[in-house]
Design a protein around this ligand. Structure first.
Ligand SMILES: C[S@@+](CC[C@H](N)C(=O)[O-])C[C@H]1O[C@@H](n2cnc3c(N)ncnc32)[C@H](O)[C@@H]1O
Length: 248
């Protein structure tokens, strides 16, 4: 995720090893821990452009409204009782979006200095942020039922098999009408391969890989959408949101 522009990594293309086999969790944590705990640092090289965060948060709001119309029990204007921001960083998504659609938002994030920001912040004092788990998603086993599980720009730190297991645990922790959303960059590799990013030790997956993983985790994609509204001249990686519901 540290690279959000189209700049395929030549070294990773040459290697025949699966991209996710290069993921090193300790290296990822070192990378993120080395950055100052600011909202702009959550957005890689695009963090210097405030419009980028604004546009994508508005896109998430619009996407969720469309998803709610597809689930009969959610066709009201009411807030979700309990959501969770997964790979929350310093709470950019909760601050700019989730707090407007959920009464309480839990947070999962492995970097301690980021969860400290959440612990010390006004949203925690106001009770908007609920429980905070300082954990990687690969180690998080939800113990509550959630109406909304939002996971954005962080599953590149999980291997394919960890991601299948994570999505599958989330499937079991959704309320009856609950929704899981995964919003991530997509690979633009010419050979349709996932791309490895050495800087933060993460992978950027293809759309086909995501669909395969969701299927293996027992989830249906009930809606998906490419984020629009980013200026074309930046040649950004496509960003896609997937709304998931358990297969019946
Ligand atoms: C690009 S930032 C995105 C933060 C937030 N989701 C947002 O959109 O503002 C990536 C986040 O993933 C976190 N991360 C790194 N390894 C992770 C893991 N194994 N599980 C969950 N999150 C992880 C990083 O610490 C960082 O906060």
């Amino acid at each position: 995720m540290s690279q959000n522009t189209q700049n395929p990594d030549e070294a990773s293309r040459d290697s025949s090893a699966p991209a996710d086999s290069k993921i090193d969790h300790a290296a990822s944590i070192r990378y993120w821990s080395s950055l100052p705990s600011t909202t702009s640092n959550m957005l890689g090289m695009l963090g210097t452009y405030p419009w980028y965060s604004r546009i994508e948060l508005q896109g998430s709001k619009n996407f969720l409204s469309k998803v709610r119309r597809l689930v009969p029990a959610l066709q009201t204007d009411g807030k979700f009782s309990l959501g969770v921001d997964c790979g929350a960083g310093v709470g950019r998504v909760t601050e700019g979006f989730l707090r407007h659609v959920c009464t309480v938002v839990d947070a999962v994030e492995p970097v301690q200095k980021f969860t400290q920001v959440l612990e010390d912040g006004q949203l925690k004092k106001d009770g908007v942020i609920g429980d905070i788990f300082t954990l990687g998603l690969e180690d998080w086993s939800p113990e509550k039922k959630y109406d909304l599980i939002w996971t954005q720009w962080c599953v590149g730190h999980l291997t394919d098999s960890q991601l299948i297991q994570y999505v599958s645990r989330c499937r079991d922790s959704l309320t009856e009408s609950g929704i899981m959303v995964i919003k991530e960059n997509l690979s633009t590799d010419a050979g349709d391969q996932d791309m490895y990013d050495d800087e933060d030790s993460s992978v950027t997956r293809t759309d086909a890989k995501f669909k395969q993983i969701f299927d293996q985790a027992g989830m249906n994609v009930i809606k998906s959408e490419i984020q629009t509204g980013f200026p074309k001249q930046f040649k950004l990686l496509p960003v896609k949101s997937y709304a998931l519901r358990p297969k019946i």
